[in-house]
Write a protein that binds this ligand. Sequence first.
Ligand SMILES: Cc1cc2nc3c(=O)[nH]c(=O)nc-3n(C[C@H](O)[C@H](O)[C@H](O)COP(=O)(O)O)c2cc1C
Ligand SMILES: Nc1ncnc2c1ncn2[C@@H]1O[C@H](COP(=O)(O)OP(=O)(O)OP(=O)(O)O)[C@@H](O)[C@H]1O
Ligand SMILES: [Mg+2]
Length: 502
Amino acid sequence: MEIDRAVRGSSDRRLRTKYDNAVYVVQRAFALYPFEEVAFSFNGGKDSTVLLHLLRAGYYLHKSSSDGEVEMNTIQNCPVRTIYFESPCAFPEINSFTYETVSTYGLPLETIHSDFKSGLEGLLKERPTKAIFIGTRIGDPNAVGQEQFSPSSPGWPPFMRVNPILDWSYRDVWSFLLTCKVKYCSLYDQGYTSIGSIYDTVPNALLSDSTTGKSFRPAYMLSDGRLERAGRTKKNISSVSSNGTNSTEVEQTISRSASIIVVGDEILFGTVEDKLGAGLCKKLHAIGWRVSHVAVVSNEIDSVAEEVERCKSTDDMVFLVGGLGPLHSDISLAGVAKAFGVRLAPDEEFEEYLSQLIGDNYTGDRNEMALLPEGITELLHHKMLPLPLIKCKNVVILAATNVDELETEWGCLLDTQESGLVMAKSFVSKHLCTSLLDVKIAPVVAKLCIDFSDVYIGCYRISRSGPLVVSFLGKDNQRVEAAAEKLTNSFEGQFSQVDSCK
Ligand SMILES: Cc1cc2nc3c(=O)[nH]c(=O)nc-3n(C[C@H](O)[C@H](O)[C@H](O)COP(=O)(O)O)c2cc1C
Ligand SMILES: Nc1ncnc2c1ncn2[C@@H]1O[C@H](COP(=O)(O)OP(=O)(O)OP(=O)(O)O)[C@@H](O)[C@H]1O
Ligand SMILES: [Mg+2]
């Protein structure tokens, strides 16, 4: 079998080990499930191309161990049911490569024209399907928490996700494709390193040919595989609407909420003032997110764990600042791990970043700062950051220690699709000031709150005896205006507009 021969004949020991492990997973899956109840999710991408050839090799080895008498030379292909979710947003090169490949290798293709979840629901209804091979690799946004055999997520139809190349790096993928000299989609020779839809994928700028500035080098030339997704632009890219106005972000009507946890004994002692929590509130508000809660907790694992536990299930995202580093008081990651019920384990990729940054200057046998919550951690890379930011499920751990660093990290988060920090529809606000007594306006404002439940109405005193500011905040300008107008009309000439509630 040519794939098996090519890898075994290669001098690349790492590739041989990765191959052996992956082919073992493939063979186990073929031994565990009836062949007709197994499917292969193929989309013409580099990872699924690797998987295709591993399936061919694994199938050959599986057959040779189970059907000794079969004439092995006849088994060149693996006729596994193959599913392709075809989308009008796919690159034509991806489409044609997919169709060409299934025909070359005699794969029985089932094309699906709906989204992954409903497509899989339909597939399972039509034919029993126990396991699906997928080319997911650690580092893919959806790989977090997965293993080589991972049941589908709750809410998804029930099947086993089989991920034979979960632990393969970008470099392993290209070593395999080049060693086996197999065909791959032509886009990878034009500088594309990870392929999504035509709307969110461009060639990787790191492969841009500096002499001409026009062409791109092939994907296998990317030296730092950690940047393979640098050609994936943000999903919410600029668009010009039909009325000609430039909407820079897709406006989301659904509201998003976040909570902020600041870790710092010195803030609780009153020796240091927290500026990061306040800064984050402003930044989140500016992108249309509601901040539900800001907590300052002490440098204790249990304090952090309790707070994270509470916030992670009530808010879309949680931001944690402080308590990160090699000191005895840097317990934030341990607190996050405890909140998710996982242990801290060495993360090789993060360790590599740390060693580039600080060399051998670390505590412990291995760098203890590279111990991250196991199975739930995603590293958020950005060219402006010396170290990637750490995200555990919906909890982002910021490394900033002052407002300037926060500014940089925030910019990187907004620029990184994997952060999950989508732009929500922005807030509009109006602030009215009056010298009327609070008792006088109280019943009217209370009634307004009932009539305008979609508008936040808040009152703020400049001093106990001084003027009152009433703020109206919401996402629908007309409703904010209407609420403010109703109040002004109730107290003719007694309210004036001010810029903000400060
Ligand atoms: C065969 C198959 C099975 C999948 N199973 C799950 C699943 O169990 N849970 C889940 O959250 N997503 C599942 N997904 C969706 C992927 O996690 C991910 O959203 C998808 O590969 C698209 O990635 P993208 O958003 O980067 O394009 C599945 C996708 C495929 C193709
Ligand atoms: N449209 C699709 N149809 C079938 N399977 C898909 C589809 N999109 C993704 N998959 C499955 O999910 C896996 C991971 O997708 P991903 O986009 O990360 O990898 P890839 O497309 O193989 O390579 P690349 O990272 O270069 O885009 C694929 O290998 C494939 O198994
Ligand atoms: Mg892809």
